[in-house]
Design a protein around this ligand. Structure first.
Ligand code: NAD
Length: 331
């Protein structure tokens, strides 16, 4: 019988609900307490998911000796501080993307993880999509990748479009895209050249970007991210991988895979949109077995840095470094 991992939730919003539903399907996971800035929301969450107590004090959750792991499911500007406080209290952490809003904050989290030895996982659920895993297995040596995530327009007054709280849709959702590119490339990105910027969002955040990444193993990747409008033909998420003579295309929110090879022609596979349950199961499994996180703070840092250096390239009009900067910063 596996050890029960007792969890404290900080942030009882939309994604908090998804994690609670996912955790209910994971053996050996139990939510012990929950916290939100709004008491009514925390209490409603506790009632809905049968949780022992609700509070507005995150330090009560973090200091609770009966809690093994903290889920940081708040707006982006509080991720770094909550992760660091949790790590210093000896708690393991699952943090939603992005790890933080700045390179400095990502590094602060990295240092706290290193100093305390806790397990910190960044919530890149898309790595767990069934067809993403299969596409990656089919392409051990990719040459070129394309990733597009084009959403419908995010409201101008949505917190995620606030430059301080959220950073805009390209940073918020683009972390998923960049993490997938790095996951599929099986290598670290050396540099990025990007164009785009703020076209219409009233808060001034970068709302659309088009970029090219070069990876250390020679893979090149093209990335389109924005919120002009979901393209009906391919859906919001669209990923393609090529090696010397094959192509793999994932469309329909990564639930349809079409593989084309000279020997076998064209083959289509369908699957469902999974991820949250598998991500939670992987985290709980790592804690139960004393393993490192399958997606750690370094992955969170790289994905954030890929987006932030694309923004730097938009400003400079030149390619900007990624891996070298990461080495220098992490030094
Ligand atoms: N992985 C995914 O597919 C996915 C999808 C959507 C959102 N997200 C991420 O999940 C996180 C939360 O997004 P959401 O859509 O649930 O937002 P939300 O606004 O619905 O919920 C956030 C909650 O956190 C609470 N909160 C904020 N600061 C707090 C603090 N210091 N202490 C306690 N509670 C605090 C807010 O009151 C709110 O209830 C973000 O990082 C977002 O990018 C991930």
């Amino acid at each position: 019988m596996s050890k029960t991992i007792r969890i404290g939730i900080i942030g009882c919003g939309a994604i908090g609900a998804e994690h609670a539903k996912a955790l209910a399907q994971v053996d050996g996971a139990q939510i012990a307490g929950c916290c939100d800035l709004t008491m009514a929301r925390a209490e409603e969450y506790a009632r809905t998911y049968g949780i022992g107590y609700a509070t507005t004090e995150h330090d009560r959750i973090i200091a609770d000796p009966d809690i093994d792991a903290i889920y940081v499911l708040t707006q982006h500007d509080s991720h770094a501080d909550l992760c660091i406080r949790a790590a210093r209290a000896g708690k393991h952490v699952l943090v939603e993307k992005p790890l933080a809003l700045s390179v400095e904050d990502c590094l602060r989290v990295g240092r706290a993880v290193k100093e305390t030895g806790v397990t910190l996982m960044t919530g890149f659920k898309m790595r767990y999509y069934d067809l993403v895993q299969r596409a990656r297995d089919l392409m051990p040596k990719p040459l070129m990748l394309t990733m597009q995530m084009m959403d419908n327009r995010w409201p101008g007054d949505f917190w995620a479009n606030d430059p301080v709280k959220g950073g805009g849709n390209v940073l918020s959702q683009g972390c998923h895209s960049c993490d997938l590119l790095r996951f599929m490339a099986r290598s670290d990105p050396l540099e990025v050249y990007a164009a785009g910027g703020n076209y219409y969002q009233p808060t001034g955040v970068v709302d659309n970007v088009c970029a090219t990444f070069k990876f250390a193993n020679g893979v090149v990747a093209s990335w389109v991210q924005g919120d002009c409008r979901v393209p009906a033909a391919v859906s919001k998420f669209f990923l393609q991988a090529y090696d010397a003579d094959r192509s793999v295309t994932l469309s329909d929110r990564l639930t349809r895979m079409v593989v084309s090879t000279p020997a076998d022609g064209v083959a289509e596979t369908r699957s469902s949109e999974t991820g949250f349950v598998e991500e939670n199961r992987a985290f709980i499994h790592a804690l139960q077995n004393g393993l490192t996180a399958p997606i750690d703070h370094r992955d969170g840092l790289f994905a954030t840095l890929m987006v932030l250096q694309a923004f730097a390239s938009i400003r400079s009009g030149k390619p900007e470094p990624i891996a070298a900067l990461m080495a220098e910063l992490a030094g």
